[in-house]
Design a protein around this ligand. Structure first.
Ligand code: MF3
Ligand code: CO
Ligand code: CO
Length: 253
């Protein structure tokens, strides 16, 4: 069941690709402002990855046409970058970036707030980041995988936001998507499965101002909230160590 278990030497590679993903975010961040298109962001990422000897894990994955996902406002996940989608004041946008370098994948996503964003949207973005950080903080050997969803629910529910159930975190390493599935809500099925050193996976909660259900656009990818409510997501790739957890998709000191 725990497919994505890796050796310490693999952790070094995962750290390197995770650092690259974090540096790519730092590279594009100054440009993510009102007036830029999501297509331009996609090209900046593709260029950065290419010039660093890496590639997008998304491009061509099950026919996916672009190098990143850009999910604006009511889009939960898998928004396809386009020159026709121009960011404007008040938007919230998730950029989800997965790169492969020397055979290992790193997967991370961040939210960006464009100009003057409504208080409720800010609260959504902040609560989602808090939920991810709280979930990371409970990760350690011997901890049931169900603690992740339990922790996220405890942070999110008091704010009255819903948690998407249609998309999950995942094992990752030499492939982008692997077992185990990581639920962002409590499910007793995961009480029995415990984290162990070497386990590598993502946590990527999606939370919404309205209902949790999604609908898919005719493009076959873009997942939106059914009621048009706003959606936010943050994601890191993590590894369980002998005594805790390491965040791969942060910059190396
Ligand atoms: N980065 C996404 C994830 O968090 C996967 C992207 S799906 C693709 O799992 F089709 F865009 F590749
Ligand atoms: Co991702
Ligand atoms: Co992911």
């Amino acid at each position: 069941m725990l497919a994505s278990v890796y050796a310490p030497k693999d952790f070094k590679r995962l750290r390197v690709v995770g650092d690259l993903v974090a540096r790519c975010f730092d590279h594009i961040t100054p440009y993510i402002k009102a007036g830029i298109s999501t297509g331009e962001i996609d090209r900046m990422v593709a260029e950065f990855l290419h010039s660093n000897g890496a590639r997008s894990s998304d491009l061509g994955y099950q026919g996916y046409p672009k190098s990143i996902c850009t999910s604006v406002n009511d889009v939960i996940v898998h928004g396809i970058p386009s020159d026709d989608v121009i960011l404007k004041d008040g938007d919230i946008v998730n950029v989800d970036l997965t790169a492969e370098y020397k055979g290992f994948h790193g997967d991370s996503s961040r939210m960006f707030m464009i100009g003057n964003v409504s208080p409720r949207a800010r609260e959504l973005v902040q609560t989602c980041q808090d939920a991810l950080n709280a979930a990371i903080a409970v990760c350690a050997p011997g901890v049931p995988l169900s603690e992740i969803g339990k922790t996220i629910e405890a942070i999110v529910k008091p704010h009255g936001f819903s948690i998407s159930r249609d998309f999950v975190g995942h094992g990752i390493g030499k492939v982008m998507h692997d077992d185990p599935q990581i639920f962002h809500f409590y499910d007793k099925m995961w009480d029995k499965v415990k984290m162990a050193p070497g386990l590598v996976f993502t946590i990527e909660p999606m939370i919404n101002t309205g209902r949790a259900e999604c609908k898919i656009d005719p493009d076959g990818w873009t997942a939106r909230t059914v009621d048009g409510g706003l959606s936010a997501q943050w994601e890191h790739t993590l590894g369980i160590t002998e005594d805790g957890v390491i965040i791969f998709t942060e910059k190396m000191a």
